[in-house]
Ligand binder design. Structure first.
Ligand code: FMN
Length: 236
């Protein structure tokens, strides 16, 4: 079966599980490249960070510094190393391991309060450690449609959305990999939790969201599905 056919079958399973018909999302209009600042790794120890990590349901109004958002993305879902793989000399492997090392996941920053950034939706580009700004309007109303719990809409300074690209997944793997890409997303979520904790941020993994609303918010093509949200900001 071709990758395209497997992707179609995975989308059929996905729609069935969500009890949702696909809502064709408009691609978002902007494509402004914003390099992220270089950052030093947080100094907190691993076990202390594991022991301190918890989910937060209230957040302060303080904005995030751009360097803090940069560190969160860099150390949770940035590039860890390059290896010769998949026909290229420098294939990027992520800080979050994935099945086959495949570059399936994407991270988006949905920004309400980050110093130096417009509010809006941004796609993270790990290889160049940059953001691509996709919108410059308040994502609050879109987040209100996306999150099933109100506490994650207005309080967090930002939400990181993780998506999975089915076309990339099923060009290599059979349909069964529909499960594995959710495991990949879980690994990335734990990285987000731990890096956020090490940076002194509050955060919560959120599986309770409306898929079509997240697709619209992020302007996702049909073969890219949202898998997890992570709400973050300074602790209340
Ligand atoms: C995959 C995953 C999905 C989650 N989804 C939600 C969610 O939709 N809403 C929510 O309030 N908490 C969500 N959580 C947070 C869990 O409820 C929380 O991790 C759990 O109660 C343990 O608490 P702790 O993280 O403080 O240790 C999620 C956590 C994980 C790992």
């Amino acid at each position: 079966m071709s990758g395209r056919e497997t992707t179609e079958r995975a989308l059929a399973v996905h729609r069935l599980l969500n009890a949702q018909l696909p809502v064709p999302a408009e691609p978002l209009p902007m494509a402004r490249h914003i390099p992220l600042p270089d950052v030093h790794p947080p100094k907190a120890g691993l076990v202390a960070t594991l022991a301190r990590r918890h989910s937060s349901y209230s957040f302060s109004d303080d904005p995030l510094a751009l360097s803090v958002l940069s560190a969160l993305l860099r150390f949770s879902m940035g590039v860890q190393r390059f290896v010769p793989a998949y026909g290229v000399e420098q294939y990027p492997l992520s800080m979050a391991p994935s099945a086959g090392g495949l570059d399936i996941l994407r991270a988006y920053a949905v920004v309400r309060r980050v110093e130096g950034l417009d509010h809006g939706v941004y796609r993270y580009e790990p290889t160049s450690h940059a953001l691509v700004q996709l919108t410059d309007t308040d994502p609050g109303p879109g987040l209100e449609r996306a999150y099933l719990q109100e506490e994650f809409v207005w309080q967090p300074a930002a939400s990181v959305a993780i998506t999975a690209r089915l076309d990339v997944a099923f060009d290599k793997y059979p349909l069964r990999h529909y499960r594995t890409l959710h495991v990949d997303s879980g690994v990335a979520v734990q990285n987000l939790y731990l890096v956020a904790t090490a940076l002194g941020l509050a955060g919560c993994a959120v599986a309770g969201f409306d898929d079509a609303a997240v697709g619209t918010l992020l302007g996702l093509a049909e073969n890219e599905i949202p898998t997890m949200l992570f709400a973050t900001g300074h602790p209340a």
